[in-house]
Ligand binder design. Structure first.
Ligand SMILES: Nc1ncnc2c1ncn2[C@@H]1O[C@H](COP(=O)(O)OP(=O)(O)OP(=O)(O)O)[C@@H](O)[C@H]1O
Ligand SMILES: [Mg+2]
Length: 274
């Protein structure tokens, strides 16, 4: 008898009601208007990048872009080139638009597999793979003149270092980064920032400084978006547990996981009650 082909787009589950986005985010609200003042960690990061490499490890939505912009401004004022990398083309495009508005379109360029705008600008946005390839060329003697004046490299979303497939690109970028260049790594989720700081200090000419804090300015809500479009809370509690276990999962979500697994992998085991 032929096996039934798994359906990759499962039908709407009958027993689980989804919640809408507004209800899911209820209670978060928006902050009161107040004049902009630097957070102490931002001040510290901006000061430390003038002395050596810096790893910023602070939660999502804390304001890491501000540190990137101020570090870039300082380097560009000293007539140095700045390279900003992100792991995703879409994010590189967004940052290109953002930085062009801040510094002016003539001073910012972008180099990805698909876009090449103003490639000799003072500040260049690119994917980390493109930068790694530039550094490879420099290491093989084919010096790209941009690297002569390279003052600052910003690696955004630096947690990609731990990615099993792409992590090597970040590792090689750090290793091959010219010695006169400052490295600024930004991330909300590096698991072992102290270890990374020690490693960078051991292979780079200047001491690497770690700037970290764990206070969330934007609360975190975890949800599960089923391929059929229904949204359910991921956990039983509104707050995300620090080390989540299966028992912490919301029963609706657990049910959806089960349906999804059955649709993709075929019938396996009955749903465990908890
Ligand atoms: N000191 C500050 N006080 C209040 N708001 C700030 C401060 N610094 C930055 N912001 C604002 O916080 C928001 C989030 O900033 P940003 O995108 O830089 O966060 P992020 O740390 O890069 O987050 P992610 O991890 O998602 O990339 C922006 O709207 C920014 O203008
Ligand atoms: Mg960011």
């Amino acid at each position: 008898m032929a096996h039934k082909k798994p359906d990759p787009t499962p039908t709407k589950p009958r027993h689980s009601k989804s919640i809408d986005l507004a209800r899911f985010l209820e209670g978060i609200g928006s902050p009161e208007f107040m004049s902009f003042s630097l957070d102490p960690w931002q001040k510290e990061a901006i000061e430390k990048i003038r002395q050596g490499d810096v790893i910023v490890s602070v939660p999502t939505g804390s304001g890491k872009t501000y540190v990137a912009v101020e570090a870039a401004r300082h380097a560009m004022n000293a007539e140095k080139t700045v390279l900003y990398t992100s792991p995703i083309k879409a994010l590189s495009n967004t940052k290109f638009t953002e930085f062009s508005k801040i510094f002016g379109p003539d001073r910012v360029g972008i180099l990805t597999g698909e876009r090449r705008v103003n490639p000799y600008a003072e500040m260049l946005v690119m994917t980390t793979e493109i930068l790694r390839n530039l550094l490879y060329d420099a290491a093989s003697g084919e010096i790209d003149f941009r690297l002569d004046t390279l003052g600052l490299v910003i690696l955004d979303e630096a947690q990609f270092l731990a990615d099993p497939e792409r992590g090597v690109v970040w590792e090689e970028t750090i290793i091959f980064c010219p010695s006169q260049t400052r490295l600024l790594l930004l991330s909300a989720s590096i698991g072992n920032p102290e270890e990374l700081t020690t490693w960078m200090s051991s292979i780079r000419p200047s001491t690497c400084h770690l700037v970290r804090h764990d206070n969330r300015s934007v609360p975190l809500r975890s949800g599960y978006l089923h391929p059929n479009g229904s949204l359910t809370p991921l956990f039983k509690t509104l707050d995300t547990p620090t080390s989540p276990k299966e028992a912490d999962l919301h029963p609706k979500t657990k049910h959806l996981f089960h349906i999804y697994e059955q649709n993709i992998l075929g019938p396996r085991r009955p749903l465990r009650r908890s």
